[in-house]
Design a binder for this molecule. Structure first.
Ligand SMILES: [Fe+2]
Length: 177
């Protein structure tokens, strides 16, 4: 049976495509290639609306409270670390956007590489630790209620999983080297 955790895992695979696209943009800039200025807006839009707003918010507003109800603390342990990393990720997106506005390629590359490293490790941690804890702790009823929370959260957001997956795929195809 598919669980809401499977949905988060599938979203991680989509985010990883966007991370490979972002790393590709850095590679191209380092080689001295011209990058279409629209590419930056496109990847920022994806990271802000899909990775952060859609995915991280579902974790923060739905999954973590469900785990909290099973006694997993929010302010320390694995959830504490993950929340801190979500904050660092948001700060790095802001840093990348500032660098692009200032036409500062080196600063963009520095922030973008840090973001790719952070999110890649973060996803591994969630896949291998937190989501396994969730699969053990949440019974069928809690999973059903978590799925309802996900559906409700998504109904309030624009776009669809299929649309974001296609977008990530196109960006990866265009920029990853
Ligand atoms: Fe995640």
């Amino acid at each position: 049976m598919k669980t809401p955790i499977d949905q988060l895992l599938a979203e991680h695979r989509i985010i990883e495509k966007a991370l490979r696209a972002l790393a590709g943009l850095c590679d191209r800039l380092e080689r001295g290639e011209q990058v279409d200025p629209d590419a930056f807006d496109r990847i920022f839009e994806f990271l802000m609306t899909f990775a952060d707003r859609r995915h991280h918010q579902k974790e923060e507003k739905c999954l973590f409270p469900a785990l909290g109800a099973q006694g997993v603390p929010r302010d320390r342990g694995p959830i504490g670390v993950i929340l801190q990393e979500h904050c660092t990720g948001r700060a790095l997106i802001a840093q990348m956007r500032r660098a692009v506005s200032a036409h500062a390629n080196d600063q963009f590359i520095e922030a973008a590489r840090a973001y790719v490293d952070l999110l890649s490790e973060h996803i591994q941690k969630e896949d291998n630790v937190l989501f396994r804890v969730a699969q053990t702790l949440l019974d069928e009823r809690s999973m059903r209620s978590l799925q309802d929370d996900f559906n409700q959260a998504e109904a309030e957001l624009p776009g669809s999983l299929a649309k974001y997956e296609q977008e990530a795929q196109e960006m990866e195809r265009a920029w990853a080297v």
